[in-house]
Design a protein around this ligand. Structure first.
Ligand code: SAM
Length: 298
């Protein structure tokens, strides 16, 4: 998979908080235009409750472009043919919160049950090709956690496997951080001792992921709204956690259908603990909270 898969500080003390009145105003019409655009392009459902968040996340960008209104900004987005204006928009709008070993029982299950089961199945088929996809990987913590667990599970056999990880996200800023693989002391503070070995201290407060891990992950920009997923081979496991919470039911159902299509039979799908596939879906079997397995066709 590795190769073949697919592809101001000095002012701070004295500077008062920015007064509320300096927040830019957004009209209902402007908000609805942006909301529709973000929904159509990225699937993110900006509810009415997100209005002030949209203003606070975008006003700096708008001002730095010398613009005075959200309508001006919207017209600029629509006129841009390079895609870079939309990239900036999604970098600002997406929520990239994540951390190492988030919802850690998933990683225990992955290592103690999914990896043994999948690897023995693959072996009996006479190959050693294990494909994992971390969809909505944000700044990389989830993907690095997965690869650590894979390395720990396979041990010295790891190199005999064509095992690796595709990690994708829509945010180029988050991906840039993931590729750089540098994290703060706080970020790595709660790593289990065995995982710490994969990090090197590079300054007082910074740690860098070892090259040994980095080379096993292919980080790519990928929009989950892509109508037909382009993967040549199906995945054995997909992690898409805490991403669908930003989507509405229709978008989620469509995404679940696409995940189904690009999983091997009985392949695993991990979603976030606050998410669910819904009772009515018939494509996946419930295994444990936020873990599902692709059903065999009846
Ligand atoms: C809250 S983070 C989740 C990170 C990680 N999976 C975790 O559980 O800790 C959600 C991620 O989904 C990404 N995302 C949102 N919409 C997306 C889309 N249409 N395509 C791909 N990624 C998307 C965001 O950029 C963000 O990094």
């Amino acid at each position: 998979m590795k190769r073949h898969l697919i592809f101001q500080s000095s002012l701070q003390a004295e500077t008062p908080c920015i007064p509320e009145e300096t927040l830019m105003r957004i009209s209902d019409t402007e908000f609805n235009l942006l909301r529709k655009l973000v929904y159509e392009r990225f699937g993110i459902n900006l509810t009415e409750a997100k209005k002030s968040l949209v203003v606070s996340r975008l006003q700096k960008t708008i001002r730095s472009l010398g613009m005075r209104s959200f309508k001006q900004y919207y017209d600029y987005l629509m006129a841009d043919t390079t895609g870079s204006a939309l990239d900036t928009l999604i970098n600002r709008i997406s929520t990239n919160h994540t951390f190492f070993y988030r919802e850690s029982n998933h990683f225990e299950f992955f290592r103690s049950r999914v990896l043994p089961e999948m690897s023995s199945r693959i072996r009996t088929m006479g190959c050693r090709d294990l494909r994992i996809w971390c969809a909505g990987c944000s700044s990389g913590e989830e993907a690095y956690t997965l690869i650590i667990e894979m390395k720990e599970f396979f041990g010295s056999e790891y190199d005999l496997w064509d095992a690796g990880l595709l990690a994708t996200d829509i945010s180029t800023n988050a991906l840039q951080k993931a590729v750089t693989g540098e994290y703060t002391e706080d970020n790595v503070a709660h790593l289990p001792a065995y995982a710490r070995r994969y990090f090197k201290k590079i300054s007082d407060d910074r740690y860098r992921v070892s090259d040994e891990l980095k080379r096993e992950i292919t980080f790519r920009r990928f929009n989950l709204m892509t109508p037909v997923f382009p993967f040549r081979k199906p995945f054995h496991v997909i992690f898409c956690r805490n991403v669908m919470i930003y989507f509405d039911q229709m978008t989620r159902s469509e995404l679940i259908r696409k995940f189904y299509q690009c999983l091997v039979p009985e392949g695993y799908l991990f979603i976030g603990h606050s998410e669910s596939l819904g009772r009515e879906q018939t494509l996946f079997q419930y295994i444990m909270p936020a873990v599902y397995r692709k059903k065999q066709k009846e």
